[in-house]
Write a protein that binds this ligand. Structure first.
Ligand code: GDP
Length: 204
């Protein structure tokens, strides 16, 4: 299973805008600077897809990417078409106070009202598996009833022993039907595990 094409589709400030397309959606969310752009580019094999390290907290839109994936089953090729949905990052200074309220009601509208939303990938810096802000985001995302996959980012910054330990912490802090994945966009580790979970969702 792999993604062979991912193109920017459009940005929205309104969850209704693309809902009528009827395509399955997989959303990515996390603290600003957690490594979300790097991870989406790594997953899609496209370095230029999302902008890496733009000004933190600047993006206030929901960005849709039109993704084509394929796999071969018993010699027959199957293709899938779905949206990768990039949600704005939380926790940056500029998104505190009044801005934070705007941010959460905006995203809340999206996660609560998207019938095609099949998975929320919550990105957490694998070096910091127990930040309050991530725990709050996890609790709040859970109220949507959409399954959450926790991805620990920047895994290459951990020693092998820390990787095991932090993966266990992620699993106990953020329980889910999916075990957490430690990912490195730099090295591509974890990509197979995440694609495997996405495959199980977009191919069902
Ligand atoms: P975003 O704000 O969540 O989209 O984060 P970015 O993808 O822009 O990454 C923020 C910073 O972390 C950049 O300087 C990236 O180069 C760095 N970064 C992202 N992913 C990784 C990773 O897997 N390993 C390492 N070592 N650095 C990373």
């Amino acid at each position: 299973f792999h993604i062979f094409s991912a193109v920017y589709y459009g940005s929205s400030v309104n969850w209704k805008q693309f809902a009528q397309e009827g395509k399955m959606e997989i959303a990515f969310i996390g603290r600003s600077n957690v490594g979300k752009s790097s991870l989406t580019n790594s997953l899609c094999g496209n370095r230029k897809l999302a902008h890496v390290s733009r000004e933190p907290g600047k993006t206030r839109t929901i960005n849709y990417y039109d993704v084509q994936s394929r796999r071969t089953v018993d010699g027959t090729e199957e293709r899938q078409s779905w949206f990768l949905v990039d949600l704005p990052g939380y926790g940056f200074a500029k998104t505190s106070g009044k801005n934070a309220e705007d941010w959460s009601s905006f995203i809340d509208d999206y996660i609560m009202n998207s019938p095609e939303l099949a998975l929320i990938c919550l990105l957490i810096d694998s070096r910091h598996p127990d930040l309050d802000i991530d725990e709050k985001a996890y609790a709040w995302l859970g109220t949507s009833g959409v399954p959450v996959l926790v991805i620990g980012t920047k895994g290459d910054k951990l020693k092998a022993s820390e990787k095991q330990q932090n993966r266990r912490k992620l699993a106990s802090n953020y329980p889910s039907v999916y075990p957490p994945v430690i990912y490195s966009s730099l090295k591509g580790t974890g990509k197979g595990e995440v694609l495997h979970i996405i495959e199980s969702i977009v191919c069902r």
